[in-house]
Design a binder for this molecule. Sequence first.
Ligand code: SF4
Length: 417
Amino acid sequence: METRRPVLDAARKSPGPRPYRKLQCGRHLKRLMQGYYALTKVGPRLGMKTVWLTSGAPVEIPLSMGLIPQYPENYGALCGARRASLELCRAAEARGYSPDLCSYARTDLGSVFSPEQAPLHGLSRPDVLVACNNICGTVTKWWEHLAHWLGVPCFLLDTPFSDEEPRPPHLIDYAARQVEELIVFLERHTRRRFSERKFHRVARRSREAVQLWNECLDLCTARPAPLGCADRFLAMAPIVTLRGTRVARAFYGALKRETAQRVERGEGAIVDERRRLLWDNIAIWYDIYGLYNRFAEGGASFPVDTYTSAWTGTLPEEADPCRGVARVYSDIYLNRGMQAKIDIMASMMDRFELDGFVLHSNRSCKPYSLGQLVIKQELTRRTGRPGLVLEADMTDSRHYDGSRVSAQVSAFLEMLE
Ligand code: SF4
């Protein structure tokens, strides 16, 4: 192992420029998210109703009804990036929650139990809870417990997992009927009316924002790639929390302009791109810059990843909003079988002309991480390119050994030389 370390060490010691270029529109993003979190604090005091949603729930419906959406998973990422998750996980564990439970769930529950320890003192108390199990089964029990601790009504939108391509129509029908029930639930518990006219307006803005986000991701096929993993992981916040709003559309317009300018100038997210890799799974939030910089120092960029491209499904322009919502929200990356994931990753490897891939074996996220060893074998067999598995957790830093990861990254990059 010792003989492999110099690849990174030499790069670290070099007096050259920083390995990573910062995005100008990072400031725009910061203002946007600060404004959003300010609204979640002030809105309820002014009589606005608020809803907590899972990241894969159809936000366009509550948004069109004037409700403020809040996302415990996005908040978990914020706590992870600020290195505040650990104490909140411990607060949840002190109440009996297992350390094996997803760390977003523990962070969120910990912020409910100990808001004084939580960034922003936690999310604002919701009027209703909406969970969609298209990302995992964990959210069903997590939201049930939130309903218990917060004493608010909860709706579960069940979108069955399916291996079939295309998804069988009866599964779409089943989800569409629940979307109708979701509207009734929200109307009853928030006393806000659903209007198709307003929904279509929000859906149009959502489509436009998602389209711009897709275009930003597509621009990363360029060499060098104009956006890196850290850029995309940070820039995805509005597509999760604010799609369907004008501010999200404006931000992705600005991001696309800056990304396109980088492509025109031949400027990459990292200064010296010699290798291109795929990233699989959620970011390691508490070391997001440290880890990707370690790759950048060794000349490796990440033009694509499986996580930030999960929010690229656009609502179809269907007359029946419930069917359109059911179709798009049933068919997301984590709600499909292993073969579909391998196919998607293999196609990314070709399209983005990658030299290898890195799989984050995320202790928290079982649906994302189970099967990764099979995926690694199969991807290498199909593409002839090598992969690296890094063991960590997205926000619980107790499962992260920085020196071991550095050594693995160094060895992997040396192998690619
Ligand atoms: S288990 Fe994975 S998909 Fe489910 S909430 Fe946690 S991080 Fe998200």
